[in-house]
Design a protein around this ligand. Structure first.
Ligand code: XMP
Length: 328
């Protein structure tokens, strides 16, 4: 049986745990009716939508969900570990973890053009996922975290809807899309009601190419490490200052550029970390967050102390437009 495809016009916004619970019960029954005793495959990125889809499917069909988490090496600090902890250890999911870091970074070596970087990451992701899918047999269904704004945007011609994740033709599946008719805030409410951790449910927007677009220019492992470590410090300090969930998006960027510094009386030639913190409603425009100066200095001190190869920390004052939120 195919799932309900269109959001009913009079559907009530799911904004309470009770409404979320009713939706969950409804979807669990719908998934069971559609899938029967079959198995379902899912690419689990650890983002809000795929995580909520995973939790719904685990509730409905347990280990007949096969979730594949591809670590492309461009995830934030602690993310792959969190996916394993939440889904394998706590929810006992049938989770396949693929560390494809070397594969991605080898393909990206020396590539500085932003669009080429994005294409390589997207194509490699599909290849890795397809390889895992081919190793499995007897799977007829593919779950996707499509949400209602994806459908609206694709209808309006704004963004192509990535149906079936662009998988090669030999891999054809019937789609299972249990959050298809929900808006983002409703997906979060459902996720919270399903018991997913706040850090997963309320996380800030994060681009598919991950830290790859914040390691501006050709990605190198050491500079990527500087992005990952400085981003972790920024997130920790924003959380400690009570800004988590209040600021739309905040991250660090390390461009492929060095500048002169001084350490222990000797000249250095090191990278710079740029801090970016913006507020937005829909990511179409964005204003900068007025981060307290003392907090910026605290973050600077930690970056200097804990991140290797950095001799400058900058704060980005640019709103969108003229700048975009990401650097690439
Ligand atoms: P920009 O940089 O265009 O970003 O102002 C707007 C919002 O979209 C996110 N973003 C992406 N998300 N894949 C994604 O899934 C991407 O390639 C990508 N590029 C930008 C960005 O983080 C911001 O929230």
């Amino acid at each position: 049986m195919q799932q309900l495809l269109v959001r009913p016009e009079n559907m009530k916004r799911i904004d309470t745990p009770e409404l979320a619970k009713a939706y969950i019960d409804e979807q669990v029954a719908a998934i069971r009716a559609q899938v029967g005793d079959g198995k379902v495959l899912l690419a689990l990125s650890g983002g809000v939508d795929s995580s909520v889809v995973a939790a719904l499917l685990i509730k409905a069909i347990g280990d007949r969900l096969v979730a594949v988490h591809v670590n492309h090496g461009l995830l934030r600090k602690g993310e792959p570990e969190q996916v394993i902890e939440v889904f394998r250890n706590q929810m006992h999911a049938n989770l396949i973890y693929v560390d494809a870091t070397d594969r991605f970074l080898d393909k990206l070596a020396g590539v500085s053009d932003p669009e080429t970087k994005r294409k390589i990451i997207g194509k490699e992701f599909i290849e890795v996922f397809a390889e895992e899918a081919r190793k499995l047999t007897g799977i007829r269904f593919l779950a996707q975290g499509t949400i209602w704004p994806d459908i609206l945007e694709s209808e309006a011609g704004i963004k192509a809807h990535h149906n079936a994740g662009g998988l090669p033709a030999d891999l054809s599946f019937e789609l299972v899309e249990p959050v298809r008719i929900l808006f983002k805030d409703e997906v979060r409410m459902v996720g919270k009601t399903l018991g997913l951790p706040d850090g997963m449910v309320y996380r800030q927007p994060f681009p598919g190419p991950g830290l790859g677009v914040r390691c501006v220019g050709a990605i190198t492992r050491d500079r990527l490490e500087a992005v990952r470590e400085s981003d972790a410090i920024l997130r920790e300090e924003f959380a400690a200052a009570g800004l988590q969930g209040k600021v739309w998006q905040y991250f660090t960027v390390v461009p492929d550029m060095k500048s002169t510094g001084i350490k222990n009386g000797k000249r250095t030639d090191d990278w710079m970390v740029i801090i970016r913190a913006v507020n937005s409603v829909d990511a179409v425009t964005a204003s900068i967050e007025e981060v307290p100066y003392a907090l910026l200095l605290k973050i600077r001190d930690r970056i200097f102390k804990e991140v290797k190869g950095v001799n400058r920390v900058l704060y980005d004052l640019s709103s969108k437009p003229l700048a975009t939120i990401e650097y690439e």
